[in-house]
Ligand binder design. Structure first.
Ligand code: F0G
Length: 351
């Protein structure tokens, strides 16, 4: 909507910030809920995409970060720290720079997409590449924040989830009700916890009369919640959700159980197929991890776990430009053309 002030102002009564706090915002939130015509036709469901790549730094993390950085600033913090597979660090770096705070980010060496690293660089974060995975980085960030004057802005900081729950509000506000099923990619499990908190809050206050079943999808090589135990060496092409020991484990399980939902694994092949389908048929370019919600939709329609004809929202969590390498890996090399209209017509097979 016009004049959108950012989600803290938009949901002031539901997203608490300290009295008199300066709100640190990039006017995040209010992202498009796009009807997915091709997916609806393919599945017999009414499918909508919550396009979180439309947030200021290109992922849903901005919803949590506006709240976390607003709190950090109000509490007199001078520096923030986070572990990240890339999007949290990009968002923390941007909001910290806006607030005049220093940011430090711990990322798994060689396992973060190029666009995300570029964001942390350009916003001036102190970037520490760690010889370990995300879980190792999170442990290091927690220990550092416990012993030194820096504020942890991972989703273990509960105010992050207060911001992220607003995506559920927006969906209900647009649809006039909750969907029947909500499909999400799951990594560290903060987001599924936050969405459920949002739906539950709206239901308790009578804004909606029913809540959705929460369907959480993990990459097959990084699916601790599906297996019911941590994975020590998580692997997937979807680096954003390459997480073996989710911090919000209990929140995710509670969301699944209370909503009558499920956890399921999708293979890298299924993720990439959904990634290509979103780009080529829906016109929506997302990063690989984001496509796992749609891969999961397709898989559960196929195996019958998706109730036929459901109204489904799939959150696509991050923008495709975050990960240009994956996008370009499908590029076919062609010879450059001379400056000649005939050559263009021939190349396009128009003659
Ligand atoms: N999709 C994207 C694009 C993400 O970056 C993440 C998490 C998720 C989904 C999963 O969300 O962790 O709340 O279950 N990225 C974190 C990060 C781990 O560091 O940026 P979750």
């Amino acid at each position: 909507r016009a004049g959108w002030p950012g989600l803290i102002e938009a949901y002031r009564d539901r997203v608490p910030v300290p009295d008199g706090a300066r709100v640190v915002t990039l006017q995040e939130g209010n992202t498009p809920l796009v009807p997915a015509h091709h997916l609806s036709e393919l599945t017999g469901c009414e499918v909508h995409l919550k396009v979180e790549g439309a947030n200021p730094t290109g992922s849903f993390k901005d919803r949590g970060m506006t709240v976390a950085i607003t709190h950090a600033l109000a509490e007199g913090s001078k520096a923030v720290i986070c572990a990240s597979t890339g999007n949290t660090s990009a968002s923390a770096a941007a909001y910290a720079s806006r607030a005049g705070l220093t940011s430090a980010v711990l990322v798994p060496q060689g396992k973060i997409a190029m666009g995300k690293l570029a964001q942390a660089v350009v916003h001036g974060a102190k970037i520490l590449q760690v010889q370990g995975n995300f879980d190792d980085c999170l442990e290091l960030a927690r220990k550092t924040a416990a012993e030194h004057p820096v504020t942890l802005v991972n989703s273990v900081n509960p105010v992050r989830l207060e911001g992220q729950k607003t995506a559920a509000f927006e969906i209900c506000d647009v649809l006039g009700a909750a969907p029947d099923v909500h499909c999400l990619p799951v990594g560290n499990a903060g987001n599924i916890t936050a969405y459920w908190k949002g739906y539950d809050e709206y239901a308790r206050d009578g804004v909606i009369s029913a809540t959705p079943a929460m369907f959480g999808f993990q990459a097959a090589g990084a699916a601790p919640l599906v297996h019911g135990q941590p994975v020590s060496n998580p692997e997937t092409i979807a680096t954003a959700i390459r997480v073996g020991s989710p911090a919000s484990w209990h929140g995710a399980v509670a969301a699944k159980d209370a909503s009558g939902g499920l956890f399921s694994a999708v293979s890298d092949e299924q993720i990439l197929a959904a990634y290509r389908l979103l780009a080529s048929r829906e016109g929506v370019f997302v990063e690989p991890a984001s496509a796992s919600s749609v891969a999961g939709l397709l898989a559960t329609v196929e195996d019958g776990r998706m109730p036929p004809g459901s109204r489904v929202v799939c959150t696509v969590t991050g923008h495709g430009l975050k990960d240009p390498d994956t996008a370009l890996s499908g590029m076919v090399e062609v010879e450059p053309l001379p400056v000649d209209p005939g050559a263009v017509a021939t190349a396009l097979e128009l003659t």
